[in-house]
Design a protein around this ligand. Structure first.
Ligand code: HEM
Length: 339
């Protein structure tokens, strides 16, 4: 186990890069997202009946999501202009980053199938749209609009296939309603993601396709979706002694590495918390960020989390992995799930 102890009250000169400025630009850019979402929903004829049909399709979507996510990233990994976002400097696939992206993508569909398309949901899509453009938190990531459009179509078809596979023999009328509801909703999603591009266009390079290890990508997608749906549970845990409690006074934290996973242990206002040191945004060292009150801020792009349970302030459904910590006989113990 590798470890580092750092002060919770970090100096305010934590390095902030230029993209922090766009993180705040982000927050204000979505003011009309709800209004626009409702306008488009009405235009394509998406009704509350459609919303109910989507919500009822949740078991189908959950069942097929590992396959859908796997197919989605396999596809992106075949095309050099989309593949390049998932590669390490040596040209091999960055699996940790790929799995992070898979989790965010799964989370997007899991949130979408919940219904309740309120301002919060519209702002979330608006934010996801900008994440692919130079207006996102990381302006260096720019995914040409054509690929986002293509993948919305890809998902649209994948959803139809899943619904038909599950309902065709059982309830054709409902099958029709659910397919139609998803079809309409995807048109709204498409426009919400597309409008983030404003007038930006970039030329295509027409590179040859790349071969992909499909089985391995499918395993990663299965793992990512199980993590997002909370299905990746195990009763097996390993108790790891992190430190003596008096080595981490209240207000301080310690970074440890257990089984190759970097974890921040926080002694905060008399309580103990353990969070995975990997920001949901780009996998940044979030546990080394500033802690103001209960808000932990990633030093890379300013993403903010509640240190008490790791949830992302802008989207409480998204959260850092958290672990149970206890103090026994003056020793800080961390419970690591064993899969
Ligand atoms: C159906 C279309 C798509 C959906 C619904 C979608 C969904 C998402 C979501 C939910 C995020 C997370 C935003 C965040 O929390 O930081 C994201 C970011 C990202 N997506 Fe997509 N995506 C789509 C298409 C694509 C395509 C075609 C690519 C091509 C490579 C791509 C690559 C990325 C990358 C690299 C990020 C990280 C952006 C950042 O770090 O700022 N996505 N996407």
């Amino acid at each position: 186990m590798n470890e580092t102890t750092i002060q919770t009250a970090q100096p305010s000169n934590v390095k902030r890069d230029a993209s922090d400025a766009s993180a705040s630009k982000d927050a204000s850019a979505s003011k009309d997202a709800g209004k626009y979402f409702r306008y488009m929903a009405e235009f394509v004829g998406f009704t509350s009946y459609d919303e109910q049909a989507i919500v009822k399709s949740k078991p189908i979507v959950e069942k097929h999501l590992p396959q859908i996510v796997s197919d989605f990233y396999e596809h992106l990994l075949r095309y050099p202009p989309t593949r390049k976002f998932f590669l390490k400097k040596d040209g091999t696939i960055d699996e940790a980053y790929l799995e992070l992206r898979m989790r965010h993508n799964a989370n997007f569909w899991l949130r979408t199938v919940e219904g309740n398309y309120d301002d919060g949901y519209a702002s979330y899509i608006d934010y996801v749209g900008r994440a692919h453009t130079s207006h996102g938190a990381d302006p260096s990531i720019y995914i040409a609009e054509r690929y986002v459009i293509g993948m919305v179509g890809f998902i649209s078809h994948a959803m139809s296939h899943a619904i038909i596979a599950e309902l065709h023999e059982k309830d054709e009328a409902f099958e029709h309603d659910v397919v139609e509801a998803w079809d309409k909703l995807m048109m709204v999603v498409l426009e919400m993601l597309s409008r983030a591009y404003y007038n930006e266009r970039s030329p295509e390079t027409f590179d040859p396709l790349v071969a992909v290890d499909e089985k391995h990508i499918a395993e990663l997608a299965q793992e990512a979706v199980e993590q997002e749906t909370g299905k990746r549970e195990t009763s097996a845990v390993k108790l790891v002694t992190i430190a003596r409690a008096d080595e981490i006074p209240d207000g301080e934290r310690k970074l440890v590495n257990v089984d190759g996973i970097s974890i921040g242990i926080f002694h905060h206002n008399g309580n103990w918390y353990a969070l995975r040191n990997s920001c949901l945004h780009r996998g940044g060292p979030v546990c080394t960020g500033t802690l103001a009150g209960d808000v932990l801020q990633c030093p890379w792009h300013g993403f903010q989390y509640d240190v008490r349970d790791g949830h992302l302030l802008t989207d409480p459904k998204s959260h850092l992995d958290s672990f149970h910590v206890s103090v026994e006989n003056g020793e800080v113990k961390l419970e690591m799930p064993q899969f």
